[in-house]
Ligand binder design. Structure first.
Ligand SMILES: NC(=O)c1ccc[n+]([C@@H]2O[C@H](COP(=O)([O-])OP(=O)(O)OC[C@H]3O[C@@H](n4cnc5c(N)ncnc54)[C@H](O)[C@@H]3O)[C@@H](O)[C@H]2O)c1
Length: 266
């Protein structure tokens, strides 16, 4: 638990917050004094997550929100305003990732459109609904959750295109919203141990050696970076993409290992 209290009295809306990175972000911002609307399309799990925070005397309320539905997003923003009186921070975590099929030419329009609709357009819907209120707050901040998939090839073409698109949205929205007093940044996580990797311990073990820092990420690693970018500590930072990835996009471990005849570079 951090001693920082950078969000005292702030109204915070987190999407995809029932579990994983979104839940860790909700916890971190609540620990720092934020009043958090824990939104997710899975209301039951969102309620469990919010209840666990309230048990620790943190301010959290669950609300059903499917980012694929404009009305649902607008209802969540309205709920945050009604509860908190202002909306100061938006964190967009909800995403959809269709696993690759063996042959690219057999991939479907439906899968591509779903990945784009939830991951990219969902974030756009949230930003559009929240922006006037973030601007009115005078200290508004948006943090989008991208992925290293938006920066390099890690497979999952629809999801990766959507994550790359979020980088562009970050920059154009930063340009538009900066003069209105709102900062917009993106955190691009590497592999993070969440329910998205449930039952795939062998895969997590397999990718671990590719990480210069010797481990995959935990949701709290991402939440700490989100809290920084959403806080006044980042008052002069907007339009940036921050990889929080144990160094995997900066360092080519496979290349180093190949040069050393497979002996490893540790
Ligand atoms: N875990 C990783 O390795 C990893 C790596 C890079 C980026 N990310 C990104 O981090 C974010 C969170 O991922 P995670 O690993 O915590 O996932 P997760 O599967 O643990 O949690 C995702 C949450 O989003 C919710 N959700 C899905 N579709 C939604 C929708 N349409 N509307 C609202 N909520 C919806 C789910 O119900 C779930 O609670 C995502 O944007 C993901 O792309 C994760």
């Amino acid at each position: 638990m951090t001693d920082l209290k950078r969000f005292d009295g702030h109204g915070v809306l987190v999407t995809g917050a029932a579990r994983g990175i979104g839940a860790a972000v909700a916890r971190r911002l609540a620990e720092e004094g934020g009043r958090v609307l824990v939104t997710d399309r899975d209301l039951l799990q969102a309620e469990r997550t919010a209840a666990a925070l309230r048990e620790q005397r943190l301010a959290a309320t669950a609300f059903a929100c499917d980012v694929a539905d404009r009305g649902s997003v607008e209802a969540a923003v309205a709920r945050a305003l009604a509860l908190f009186g202002s909306l100061d921070v938006l964190v967009n975590c909800a995403a959809h990732c269709t696993p690759d099929v063996p042959l690219f030419e057999e991939s479907s329009d439906d899968a591509w459109e779903r990945d784009l609709d939830v991951t990219l357009t969902g974030a756009y819907r949230c930003c559009r609904a929240a922006l006037p209120h973030l601007s009115a707050s005078g200290r508004g901040a948006v943090v989008l959750i991208g992925s290293v998939n938006g920066l390099q090839d890690y497979g999952n073409h629809g999801y990766s295109a959507a994550k790359a698109g979020l980088g562009s949205l970050t920059r154009t929205l930063a340009g538009h919203a900066g003069p209105r007093g709102v900062r917009v940044n993106l955190v691009a996580p590497g592999t993070v141990r969440t329910s998205a990797w449930e039952g795939r311990d062998a895969d997590l073990d397999a990718v671990r050696p590719l990480y210069p820092l010797g481990r995959v990420g935990e949701p709290e690693d991402i939440a700490a970076a989100v809290a920084f970018l959403a806080s006044r500590d980042a008052a002069w930072i907007t339009g940036t993409v921050l990889p929080v990835d144990g160094g995997i996009t900066a360092v080519n471990r496979a290349f180093r290992t190949a040069l050393r005849g497979g002996a490893g570079s540790a």
